[in-house]
Design a protein around this ligand. Structure first.
Ligand code: CA
Length: 232
């Protein structure tokens, strides 16, 4: 697995590189935005990109948009490194299109967990079986039915779409805006508060495992990337 790290702080980039190599990843480093774009499109293509938001020449958001615009790079998962208070909701939303983020200063361990979660998700998309299992939860995508253990959960069509959106994008940040567009349709005349109301109801119906849906304050939601052992 090849990780491209685009980061102008050389010390940080080197620390990340060392940690990733220790974990068995291959690493390509770029210290500017332009270098980063070139490194993102050279063979072999990276499997995941760690992208600093603040770079001297091109911003991380601009780079991310350009990656999304190109056929070869549009599906490469991107983790954005942001400083506190930067507009995380915009960065991980459909406006910019990063798949996840870490806030600086981040622990390298946290970054590696995020990378692994993204890679797991990407690699599982192939084939996409109708039946999805996640710990005690089972979802039949075609039949629009869901179970906890063997007990069926009574869900409205909208709640099912919401649950499916969470599970199929587990481990990734989902902003309220992205959920609105995916689950309700972008034209829907509802506000982001509506999303919260439905997430609350869905959590209640999921009972004990409602905790799989994590709230990211001011950003949105994230479905856990792995079921908890203690409730699974
Ligand atoms: Ca920087």
């Amino acid at each position: 697995m090849l990780v491209l790290v685009i980061e102008d702080e050389v010390d940080l980039a080197t620390t990340v590189e060392y940690a990733l190599r220790t974990e068995g990843f291959q690493v390509r480093l770029a210290h500017s935005g332009k270098q980063g774009l070139a490194a993102a499109t050279s063979e072999p293509l990276p499997d995941v990109i760690v992208l600093d938001l603040m770079l001297p020449d091109l911003s991380g958001t601009e780079i991310c948009r350009r990656l999304r615009d190109q056929e070869r790079t549009k599906n490469i998962p991107v983790i954005m490194c942001t400083a506190k208070g930067e507009e995380i909701d915009r960065v991980v939303g459909f406006e910019v299109g990063a798949d996840d983020y870490v806030v600086k200063p981040f622990s390298v361990r946290e970054l590696i967990l995020r990378i692994r979660a993204l890679l797991r998700r990407v690699n599982r998309v192939e084939g996409e079986p109708s039946l999805i299992r996640f710990g005690r939860l089972k979802i039949d995508r075609d039949a629009h039915r869901a179970w906890i253990d063997d007990a069926e959960i009574e869900l409205t069509a909208l709640e099912f779409r919401l649950l499916h959106a969470f599970v199929s994008r587990k481990g990734r940040v989902q902003t309220r805006e992205a959920l609105l567009s995916d689950v309700w349709g972008i034209e829907a005349d509802v506000t982001t508060r509506t999303v919260d109301t439905h997430v609350k109801r869905l959590r209640e119906k999921l009972g004990e495992i409602g905790g799989y849906v994590e709230t990211l304050r001011g950003v949105g939601y994230r479905f856990k990337d792995q079921p908890d052992e203690d409730v699974a």
